[in-house]
Design a binder for this molecule. Structure first.
Ligand code: HXC
Ligand code: NAP
Length: 283
């Protein structure tokens, strides 16, 4: 899909880069020539992912265990990345925390924990990496949000509030930091199976996975490769005029929920035919 050196000489920080979608996007960036900085809390998970990615792509991979809720750790992580690679070109804010719960059952700490990881963590990484990018003449920041950042969703209210905040940050900084040569964009993925998300968001035994798939007009979940290619495009200089955009990749899922008449999909073709016959008879 792309020339093999699309991201050559770029250093990309990927938060939550040791698992799930972060790891898949990091792998694709590595295939396209980027140097990688993987960061999350669990050192062993990061090191295992780094070995795998290096074996598969030959990319240079630095791992820096970091809890992005703490700005001092994030500052140190960015410093280590600059010490190793000389500069930061791109930041992928992908790390997140989430769980399902009736909102009335949430403790203050439960709500705050998700806000801290998703919104404060994204701010910490954006600010620290943004300073480094500014010094080296610019860069690209890509934030992974969700479609319920714009629709809202019950049972994931802390995440919806945090992702909505990240979307506002995306659009705000696209304007404020353009003068530093920093572009800021977002992707809103629909359902892409990962261990981390499925374990926390898809309760077993209720056939929820099947129902989730049926909600998607394309009748399937996303492939990691599809998301990784979109992320690569948004990181590349070739998308240099994209700034402040949120690109949805969800097989049409959220629009299906939004369109008032979309449920007519359930109407059998015989009923459509009967309506048509009745209409023609009336003429
Ligand atoms: C209610 C819960 C809860 C739950 C935790 N809490 N799980 N409350 N329902 N299921 C409460 C705890 O009781 C505690 O409050 C507070 O939240 C903090 O919990 P800890 O376990 O101490 O937090 P921590 O160890 O920091 O772990 C954070 C975590 C955990 C978010 C709870 O799940 C985690 O590490 N997640 C990281 C990965 C992740 O979530 N991946 C999924 C991303 S998927 P009290 O008051 O008791 O102290 C995603 C997809 C979106 O975002 C769209 C999909 C289609
Ligand atoms: P995942 O594998 O659970 O990814 C979450 C990552 O965040 C983990 O690598 C985790 O690593 C890291 N993380 C969590 N708390 C952290 C902290 N305090 N500091 C640093 N890192 C932290 O789930 P995923 O499905 O791939 O999700 C990736 C992103 O896609 C998230 O932003 C999610 O909201 C978004 N998304 C996913 C879907 C989907 O269907 N999968 C849909 C829409 C949006 P550690 O535990 O090692 O810290």
């Amino acid at each position: 899909m792309f020339k093999n050196d699309l991201l050559e000489n770029k250093t990309i920080i990927i938060t939550g880069g040791g698992t799930g979608l972060g790891k898949s996007m990091a792998t694709r960036f590595g295939e396209l020539g980027a140097n990688l900085v993987l960061t999350s809390r669990r050192e062993a998970v990061l090191d295992e992912a780094a070995r795998e990615i290096n074996d598969k792509t030959g990319a240079e991979v630095l791992t820096v265990p970091t809890d992005i809720r703490h700005s001092d750790q994030v500052t140190e992580m960015v410093k280590k990345a600059v010490d190793k690679f000389g500069k930061i070109d791109c930041l992928l804010n992908n790390a997140a925390g989430n769980f399902i719960s009736p909102t009335e059952n949430l403790s203050e700490n439960a709500f705050r924990t998700i806000i801290d990881i998703v919104l404060i963590g994204t701010f910490n990484c954006t600010q620290a990496a943004g300073k480094a990018m500014r010094k080296s003449g610019g860069g690209a920041i890509l934030n992974i949000v969700t479609t319920y950042a714009f629709t809202g969703s019950g049972y994931v209210v802390p995440s919806a509030c945090a992702k909505g905040g990240v979307l506002a940050m995306t659009r705000s900084l696209a304007v404020e930091w353009a003068k530093y040569g920093i572009r800021t964009n977002a992707i809103a993925p629909g359902p892409f199976p990962t261990k981390g998300a499925w374990k926390r968001l898809v309760p077993p035994g209720l056939n929820i996975e099947k129902k989730m798939m049926e909600r998607v007009p394309l009748k399937r979940f996303g492939e990691h490769e599809e998301l990784a290619n979109l992320a690569s495009y948004l990181m590349a200089d070739e998308s240099g005029y994209m700034n402040g955009e949120v690109v949805t990749m969800d097989g049409g899922e959220w629009l299906k929920g939004a369109g008032q008449f979309n449920e007519l999909e359930r109407m059998p073709s015989l009923a459509w035919k009967a309506m048509d016959i009745a209409r023609k008879r009336k003429k």
